[in-house]
Design a protein around this ligand. Structure first.
Ligand SMILES: NC(=O)c1ccc[n+]([C@@H]2O[C@H](COP(=O)([O-])OP(=O)(O)OC[C@H]3O[C@@H](n4cnc5c(N)ncnc54)[C@H](O)[C@@H]3O)[C@@H](O)[C@H]2O)c1
Length: 350
């Protein structure tokens, strides 16, 4: 691949594609180029093509047509959640590496199908779990991996907005998103939490979900008739095979004073808190609490960093920075949150 730029085709050119993925690819202009765009909304595809200077011949409304007509190395999938599986498998079948937005899919069964396609294609499949790629998250991972905490036995993964129902995009539309804050927000903090813990296998989930206040007039910026996802809050508890446990929660609307967006992991030797970024240790007879600051040149934009690491893995023959096997574990927990909530009891995870 040396010398040849990687050619990227987009499926879905809405908010996340144009606001974060485009700049990520453009920052790697010496190694990759956006070569085609596809969106079922013609206006969105044309606007995206204009942003990156693509001619009409590289603009599509059908991803299969794009894959048939343009020679691509990578497909970047930025469609709503329920439309992740189709273009991901089509991209892999066309011999492309694929990066797909979070949540990877809307059921564990879908993720398993994506893994089969990945294995058949022998290409890389990466899930765009952007929170892992902030400077603080990467530093936390180094701290844990170098023994800073010891084996993590308790963790908390919370993304609780007090007033933050997304009125933009298709987040509140069950036919497009399939889930509410659980799929939008819980997936981010749960992924980072499990990543820090080394992805232990989950064995059970006890959770609940509620939709109590999202459509109250004081909370609304959205059209309540369009709010068809099941929850405005989901919360629960995961037991893991190694004996550890995670307390979790995600909301778009909740009567708490301030929004919480945090992951905490604790082991016998130390702990990490992501917001504010804090390392806790007991060493040399001192209980030390440090709040490291990232120097400006250590600061990375997480979405651009995830794309850089994906390209690095492709060009060096490395493994996927966020493999679907890890996303499958997260997805099983998300599925179990809804199942446990519906059944009103703990559910087992296989
Ligand atoms: N990582 C993050 O921080 C983050 C933030 C926001 C959204 N997301 C994820 O990104 C995805 C897209 O979200 P968004 O906010 O950009 O939504 P969006 O609605 O702004 O954009 C999605 C685009 O996909 C297009 N589309 C739908 N079906 C298609 C198909 N079959 N073929 C081609 N195009 C199709 C739509 O027309 C739309 O333009 C979601 O899965 C969401 O969870 C991630």
């Amino acid at each position: 691949m040396a010398g040849k730029k990687l050619r990227v085709g987009f499926v879905g050119t809405g908010g996340i594609a144009t606001n974060t993925h485009f700049p990520g690819w453009q920052a790697l202009a010496d190694r990759a180029e956006i070569a085609a765009v596809c969106d079922i909304r013609e206006a969105a595809a044309n606007a995206a093509a204009k942003m990156v200077g693509l001619p009409k011949s590289k603009v599509f409304s059908d991803y299969n047509e794009m894959l048939g007509k343009v020679e691509l190395d990578i497909v970047d999938v930025c469609t709503p959640n329920v439309f992740h599986k189709g273009p991901t498998i089509a991209g892999l079948n066309a011999g492309c590496h694929v990066i797909v937005e979070k949540p990877v899919a809307v059921s564990a069964a879908e993720v398993e199908e994506m893994i089969v396609a990945r294995d058949r294609s022998r290409k890389l499949l990466m899930v765009a779990q952007s929170m892992r790629f902030s400077a603080e998250a990467m530093a936390a991972k180094r701290f844990v991996d170098e023994g800073g905490t010891g084996p993590i036995y308790w963790a908390k993964a919370e993304y609780l907005r007090n007033r933050g129902v997304p009125a933009w995009g298709t987040f509140i539309d069950a036919e497009m998103s399939a889930g509410g804050p659980c799929y939008d927000l819980q997936v981010h903090v749960l992924d980072l939490c499990l990543h820090l813990m080394g992805f232990p296998q989950p064995v059970s989930v006890s959770a609940g979900y509620w939709c109590e206040i999202a459509n109250h007039p004081s909370v609304m910026a959205h059209d309540p008739k369009k709010y068809t996802v099941p929850e405005d809050l989901a919360a629960g508890f995961v037991r893991l095979k190694n004996g550890a446990a995670i307390s979790m929660g995600a909301s778009w609307a909740l009567n708490i004073a301030d929004t919480v967006h945090n992951v905490t992991v604790c082991g016998p030797k130390g702990g990490v808190n992501m917001a504010p970024f804090t390392l806790v240790r007991e060493e040399r007879g001192m209980f030390t609490v440090t709040q490291p600051k990232m120097l400006p040149r250590q600061g990375v934009k997480s979405h651009a960093e995830e794309i850089r690491q994906f390209v690095e893995a492709i060009q060096t023959g490395g493994s996927s920075p966020v493999p679907p096997e890890e996303a499958l574990i997260t997805q099983k927990i998300l599925d179990a949150i809804y199942e446990s909530g519906q059944k009103g009891r703990e559910v087992k995870i296989k």
